[in-house]
Design a binder for this molecule. Structure first.
Ligand code: FMN
Length: 247
């Protein structure tokens, strides 16, 4: 199947498959598909789902001012660009009522394939998603020590904390290698800190990080060293896409 997006676009990179623009008639079926997926997850016994609205995936493309130039009510102003993710969040919430957990992952600003994002808009979208019934917003920061590019004196987590009702939780991910990194995100208002690379390189990171004098294992490590740390050969190949992990 040809991939679909908000608007057709092309990128100069290996393996890129140009998407077509979704028709306005088919978008409600996308919302249904998210809802059906969430219902399956619930039936399978999971406690909740995270809707992926970050990283330039479909919902992030719709949120984007540059990747979504539609004029049919599913694009244009922020209300139009947020329509799909909000409809998905409401439908998923319907399928998974509390106490099931529904979260949304968002990229606050442009990074990698996430393009056309504005932190003030992201915060606004997060607040609307809270109205739609999500339990938490997960900010994908990549480097949690940095303030936003748009407002150099402001951190995205602090901005989000001010914008969300206190019962809506914040998860923050990006560049947590030490307990101090985690504590600084919690101090800005995060409720939960997610750990990616540090936990790939040290699967017992939570245990090790609480030991006095802890020093994180930072890459790059050789494939043999990664293998000895329970990273499978196939995952080692995947990790080569990321800088500084595989020597
Ligand atoms: C090997 C690898 C695979 C990843 N895959 C995904 C993914 O499928 N979906 C996603 O939302 N984030 C993915 N990420 C991003 C992480 O969820 C996380 O936001 C990012 O690595 C920053 O956190 P960290 O500094 O603790 O690694 C991936 C990261 C790595 C290193």
């Amino acid at each position: 199947m040809q991939p679909v997006s908000a608007t057709a676009f092309s990128e100069e990179r290996d393996g890129f498959e140009p998407p077509r623009a979704a028709t306005s008639d088919e978008l409600p079926s996308f919302v249904d598909a998210f809802g059906q997926a969430a219902a399956r997850v619930g039936r399978a016994g999971f406690h909740g789902v995270e809707i992926h609205g970050a990283h330039g995936y479909l919902l992030s493309q719709f949120l984007s001012a540059t990747m979504n130039t539609r004029a049919d009510g599913w694009g244009g102003d922020l209300e139009g660009r947020a329509r799909l993710i909000r409809a998905v969040a409401r439908r998923v919430r319907e399928e998974l009522p509390r106490p099931a957990i529904v979260g949304v992952r968002l990229s606050p600003e442009d990074y990698g394939l996430a393009k056309g994002l504005d932190v003030d808009e992201t915060i606004e979208v997060a607040a609307r998603l809270a109205d739609d019934g999500v339990d938490y917003v997960h900010l994908s920061l990549w480097d949690g020590s940095r303030n936003t590019a748009k407002h150099p004196a402001e951190h995205a987590v602090s901005m989000l904390r001010r914008a969300l009702p206190s019962e809506v939780r914040i998860v923050a991910a990006g560049g947590v290698w030490t307990p101090e990194d985690a504590a600084s995100l919690l101090a800005r208002g995060a409720d939960i800190v997610a750990v990616g690379r540090a936990a790939i390189l040290d699967r017992d990171w939570p245990e090790h990080a609480r030991e006095p004098g802890f020093t994180p294992i930072r890459g790059p490590l050789s494939p043999e060293e990664l293998g000895a740390r329970a990273v499978s050969p196939r995952f080692v190949e995947y990790l080569r896409r990321f800088k500084g992990i595989v020597a």
